[in-house]
Ligand binder design. Structure first.
Ligand code: FAD
Length: 314
């Protein structure tokens, strides 16, 4: 299992970056059930439908308008407008309560040169205001390790005016236990994940067992802290450990939540909700689904086989 992560992830991420592979896969289109399993659709309509279905089933959601690593500031403006549209649509449909948006700062300009982080912070503040205006929370997704300092800086700036702004910590990074301690104070909404990016051995645990052990240590810090832990994993051992820690620290059902990705382990999502936990499903939508989809394939070989078969069955 350890080797699989080491050997497989980077290889697939390499293949995914190949322009020929990319063109073929993109042409294979979102209509394919294999993509639909992870991404319910390309537009705000699809996002609102998914929200209605999930909320109807007793699950909360966080909406991710797909897109990342923009190269032109105008794309950031389009990202903000897209989120504004979906927030308004949620409000019109009466689907705001308990729901959230997830935002990637690289879609708001973070990587556009030295002024990028300031531009992204400015755009994120605009989105935080729009979200708060309709009673929706916002969390900043975490991208690769080179962006962590800038993203946590943006988080600090936003929390001055929007204290419920959340962030993500990735247990695979060596720095994360210290970040978890720093961010375990009152009101701090932290989503703990293992990490979805291929990182160099100088900054991250390479072996899956080490990433898992680090996840368990970070869980202890966050659940034992004073903030609001958002436990984002499909790993049953981590879910079991989290349930035990929540009991041990006498956290009530409103004082933490579990999160999983759309289309993954849906039966477990229901089980946790029925056991009385808050459960939030991360729902990506939009035309720019390729990067997200590649990461989901890379983290599980079975998905890649499933996908490869679907390409040849028309
Ligand atoms: P793993 O050990 O990878 O998986 C455990 C088990 O879960 C597997 O054995 C399998 O049964 C199931 N499983 C896992 N992945 C899949 C899959 N793709 N398809 C089918 N079954 C699967 N990463 C970031 O870097 N930044 C973020 O901002 C971020 N946000 C996230 C938000 C949410 C709500 C979630 C759930 C994940 C997020 N991730 C993010 C991704 C995360 O870092 C991991 O890459 C991903 O969750 C897989 O790790 P795992 O904890 O599920 O454990």
């Amino acid at each position: 299992k350890t080797r699989r992560r080491l050997a497989f992830g980077p290889v697939l991420l390499g293949v995914a970056g190949n322009p020929v592979v990319r063109a073929t896969v993109t042409k294979s289109s979102l209509s394919r059930p294999v993509v639909r399993r992870f991404v319910p659709g390309t537009d705000a309509d699809a996002a609102v439908r998914a929200a209605a279905d999930l909320n109807g089933a007793g699950l909360r959601l966080t909406l991710d308008r797909l897109g990342e690593d923009i190269t032109d500031p105008r794309e950031a403006t389009a990202t903000v407008a897209g989120y504004r549209e979906v927030l308004q649509r949620l409000a019109d449909a009466g689907l705001t309560e308990g729901n959230e948006i997830s935002v990637k700062l690289s879609a708001l300009g973070q990587s556009l040169g030295t002024d990028g982080p300031a531009l992204a912070t400015h755009n994120a503040a605009e989105l935080a205001a729009a979200a708060a205006g309709v009673g929706v929370d916002m969390t900043l997704d975490m991208e690769d390790h080179t962006t962590v300092d800038a993203t946590l800086e943006t988080l600090r700036a936003l929390r001055a005016d929007f204290p419920r702004t959340g962030a993500v910590l990735q247990s695979m990074l060596f720095r994360t236990e210290a970040d978890a301690r720093d961010l375990s104070g009152p009101g701090s909404r932290i989503r703990l994940v293992k990490g979805a990016y291929a990182e160099p051995a100088s900054v991250a645990h390479a072996a899956k067992a080490d990433v898992d052990r680090a996840y368990a240590r970070c869980l202890e810090i966050l659940v034992g802290g004073q903030g609001y832990p958002m436990i984002a994993t499909h790993d049953q051992r981590m879910i079991d450990l989290a349930e035990e820690l929540l009991r041990r620290h006498a956290r009530s059902a409103e004082d933490a939540e579990f999160q999983m990705l759309y289309g993954i382990r849906t039966t477990e999502q229901q089980r946790l909700a029925q056991a009385g936990h808050r459960v939030r499903v991360y729902v990506p939508y939009g035309t720019d689904w390729y990067g997200y989809f590649s990461r989901r394939l890379a983290e599980r070989p079975a998905n890649l086989l499933f996908f490869a078969r679907s390409l040849f069955s028309r």
